[in-house]
Design a protein around this ligand. Structure first.
Ligand code: FES
Ligand SMILES: [Fe+2]
Length: 370
């Protein structure tokens, strides 16, 4: 399904900052992304500022993201109409340059902020943001921390709900990630869940002794190739984690923090951004104070896509009725879901604040497994 515009945006929180692109993805060409069911064209103006406008040309519906950037505008590939970052039409090449351009000929524009290597978008058209993007502190840590990000966002199968809950779900590791998290425990230890005071996120922590004995960032980077195994052993320091904590924020951030006796050692994170009803973007990275070498960077850039490809495969192969924006209607909730299920409650509250109804049954589901 490639649901579009108004209908799809009704089940996403849209008055919110999401990562729309990595800074490095915005060069001299427009970049097309479907975000919260809205087709967006990102581009850079001559001052280097990131801009975002609705990508559907109001003339005959060509995709502006397939056009080119000319001066402060993006040019439609069909008849050459140009629109600037405010969405105003700046040129109709088929008429005299002096002829007036109708004021109603415009596209929606979106607020964009570029920070810490990420391009954030407020995917509500022609709207004034009410806050700044939330940047986790670890994005700006100095030495001895090292930040490695995947160079671009990747579009994966899975509704935003399914993708987020999957990222917070340890019970699938032993089954879905046998190649990338070898030896993961089937058992999931109880997490103590704490809701953030602003009710825009929550987190949990588990003692490593009683749970999965590895974290994705520090696991033996085995991807089935002995060369990779050798490189992994060479490049990755062998940590002895004592705690594993995760946190989730409405910004789409899911972060897993590994701590050993000396304190926090790495924050493995992904920003998830809703695309359409059953696809989600992922922008991943790791901030760490160990394995500070370029080989570890290279391995991480191979490892995280391999891990997330396994998630995309299982989520894309769910039965059709489970793939919609609300996941399986009335899912049976087991004990291990206590880690991921609080996501629904906060997300439903955020939707309600925008006058939207969560596309899933919540109370009925909670009846499963006390
Ligand atoms: S469709 Fe865009 S200019 Fe005609
Ligand atoms: Fe996974």
């Amino acid at each position: 399904m490639r649901a579009d515009s108004v209908e799809a945006s009704s089940y996403f929180v849209t008055r919110n900052w999401y990562v729309g692109a990595m800074s490095s993805e915005l060069g001299d060409k427009p970049l097309g992304r479907m975000i919260c069911g809205r087709r967006i064209a990102f581009f850079r103006d001559p001052d280097g500022r990131a801009q975002a406008v609705a990508a559907t040309c109001p003339h005959r519906g060509a995709d502006l993201a397939r056009g080119r950037v000319v001066g402060d505008s993006v040019e439609c590939p069909f008849h050459g109409l140009r629109f600037n970052g405010s969405g105003v039409c700046t040129r109709i090449p088929s008429q005299d340059a002096e002829a007036p351009i109708p004021r109603a000929l415009r596209v929606a524009s979106y607020a964009v902020i570029e920070k810490a290597g990420f391009v954030w978008i407020w995917p509500e058209p022609n709207d004034a943001p009410t806050c700044e993007p939330e940047l986790p502190e670890f994005l700006s840590y100095g030495a001895p921390w090292r930040l490695t990000c995947l160079p671009s966002g990747s579009l994966s199968a899975g509704s935003y709900l399914n993708a987020m809950e999957n990222a917070l779900d340890d019970a699938h590791l032993a089954f879905v990630h046998q190649a990338t998290v070898p030896g993961a425990s089937e058992r999931v230890a109880p997490f103590k869940i704490t809701t953030d005071t602003d009710r825009r996120g929550y987190g949990g922590v588990a003692e490593m002794a009683s749970v999965v004995a590895e974290s994705p960032a520090v696991a033996d980077v085995a991807t089935g190739s002995s060369v990779m195994d050798l490189l992994g052993r060479f490049a990755m320091e062998n940590l002895k984690p004592t705690h594993k904590a995760y946190s989730y924020r409405l910004s789409g951030l899911v972060c897993i923090t590994t701590t050993d006796a000396s304190g926090p050692r790495d924050h493995t994170f992904a920003f998830f951004t809703p695309s359409d009803a059953d696809h989600t973007y992922l922008f991943g990275g790791v901030a760490r104070n160990h394995s500070l070498n370029p080989v570890a960077d290279w391995l991480f850039k191979r490892y995280m896509p391999a891990l997330t490809a396994e998630d995309s495969k299982i989520l894309g192969e769910l039965v059709p009725e489970a793939q919609g924006p609300g996941g399986l209607p009335n899912p049976f909730v087991i004990r291990a879901d206590r880690q991921s299920f609080p996501f629904r409650r906060l997300y439903a509250d955020a939707l309600a604040a925008e006058g939207k109804t969560a596309p899933w049954a919540l109370e009925g589901s909670a009846a499963s497994d006390g």
